[in-house]
Design a protein around this ligand. Structure first.
Ligand code: C2O
Ligand code: CU
Length: 460
């Protein structure tokens, strides 16, 4: 396969840069959300105005030890309300950061104190959770890394936050079309520029026979990356922050849906002078995400077998004793939905379109405020059977608890917080509802979440 710089799909001329904005210096425990200028595009484009934490995008990396207490004060330097969700953390409900559900939105100029502990070691992330289809799309996210108690036998630990951006080729700025009807009703907002760590041409020099841990985070609004490696031997050791019992060789493309993470152990096999790479191959086209120029040889021989990461302690669901819940996903373009309930009333599709609602769960437009999908007692085991009866892929995310994907033969599979369902696919997930509170269950294609694919589970 011939990979070119096809991730840059832009044409047109550069525009003048916007005037830079001045910000107060962030204090150690403060996390500023603000607009800033960033050189996202190649020459001759000037900087693009993004929103970020720090401010930067990806935002300030938070790296703590397992079990640590994390305290950060969000300072809202944006001109709209916001909040921060700590994605994948089995967190205290009051700190989950869902504006309008677990806290009030933080108004411009206001602050909010987050204070929580992180029970699991792994790769997590944080992102805005108010108008997230726009706020995450403009860059409001960062990595939240929780380190294992014992260091791994690796040479380096690198975080790669993957994203795509929808750029207006004339101005070099983000297209101002967040929340348009097409994105809401089709695949979501898919960009025309892919980046890793905010760079379209990330190059990370490595040495032959080095062993890296790569922590991949998909921060995109809707793009499902289809990841392949060249010049590197890779094993998946964790998904969505949760270690696999056995490292899994990366043989075919790894699908990484919005919000999903994958921890890879990577051995550099390319020779000094060659360049290894991470690409996403989508519909026959290769998008280069990162290149790894091999500068020299770290050692004459490769390292030995890859060991599994120490497991996190998550209750194992007993499938035989579980409450069964059904979730049928319907609607969207080409979905044939004729109408659905909204706020308890049956509405025609025309009426729903006028409200910018296009998707339904079990015949009702999903909303954050509506009745929960289920009220569970604490400790109850749930089997959630999800059917994707739409023409698009969806990445279903549950807040507050990880679930296990149930395999086709009825076994407990990978622990995840976000599961990808391709069109027409069904997936059963199971978990013990051991974290009390109101927990969102929504599609992480963020345009879908706001257009009807949001519900919640209440755990008593
Ligand atoms: Cu990462 Cu409700 O989301
Ligand atoms: Cu979706």
């Amino acid at each position: 396969m011939n990979v070119t710089r096809r991730n840059i799909l832009l044409g047109g001329a550069a525009c003048a840069a916007l005037p830079g904005l001045a910000f107060a210096q962030a204090g150690a425990e403060e996390l500023w959300a603000a607009a800033f200028d960033h050189q996202l595009l190649p020459d001759p484009y000037g900087p693009t105005t993004l929103w970020g934490y720090g401010p930067a995008s990806p935002g300030t990396e938070i790296r703590v030890a397992q079990g640590a207490r994390v305290r950060r004060t969000l300072v809202n330097g944006l001109d709209q309300p916001t909040s921060i969700h700590w994605h994948g953390i089995r967190i205290d409900n009051a700190m989950d950061g869902v504006a309008g559900l677990t806290q009030g939105a933080v108004a411009p100029g206001e602050r909010f104190d987050y204070d929580f502990t992180v029970p699991d070691a792994g790769t997590f992330w944080y992102h805005a959770h108010d108008r997230s289809f726009e706020q995450v799309g403009r860059g409001l996210y960062g990595a939240l890394i929780v380190e294992e108690p014992e260091p791994l036998d690796i040479d380096r630990d690198e975080v790669l936050v993957l994203d795509d951006w929808l750029i207006d080729p004339d101005s070099g700025q983000l297209a101002a079309s967040f929340g348009n009807m097409h994105d809401l009703s089709h695949a979501g907002q898919v960009g025309n520029l892919v980046t890793a760590n905010g760079a379209h041409d990330l190059a990370m020099p490595v040495k032959r026979h080095e062993r890296l841990r790569l922590r991949l985070i998909n921060a995109a609004n809707a793009r499902v990356f289809q990841l392949q490696m060249s010049g590197l031997d890779s094993w998946i050791v964790a998904l969505d922050g949760m270690p696999l019992p056995t490292p899994r060789p990366l043989s075919e493309a790894l699908l990484l849906a919005p919000a999903q993470r994958a921890d890879l152990i990577v051995d550099v096999t390319a020779e000094a002078g060659e360049t290894a790479g991470l690409v996403s191959v989508e519909r026959g086209e290769g998008f280069a995400l990162a290149s790894f120029p091999v500068t020299s040889e770290a050692s004459a021989t490769r390292r030995g077998a890859v060991a599994p990461l120490p497991p996190n302690t998550v209750a194992r669901p007993d499938l035989a004793a579980a409450t069964v819940l059904d979730l049928r996903m319907e609607g969207g373009a080409m979905g044939g939905l004729r109408g659905a309930r909204l706020d308890g009333e049956m509405q025609s599709m025309n009426a729903l379109v006028a409200e910018n609602k296009f998707w339904a769960f079990n015949g009702a437009i999903g909303t954050m405020e509506g009745p929960p999908l289920a009220e569970l007692s604490r400790g109850e085991t749930v089997r959630l059977k999800i059917v994707n009866d739409t023409a698009f892929p969806h990445a279903m995310h549950l807040h507050g608890m990880h679930f296990r994907e149930v395999t086709k033969d009825g076994q407990l599979g990978d622990l995840r917080d976000t599961t990808l369902l391709l069109r027409g696919e069904t997936r059963e997930v199971a978990f013990v509802a051991d974290n009390p509170g109101d927990w969102l269950l929504h599609c992480h294609m963020l345009s879908h979440a706001v257009a009807g694919m949001t519900t919640r589970l209440r755990v008593g």
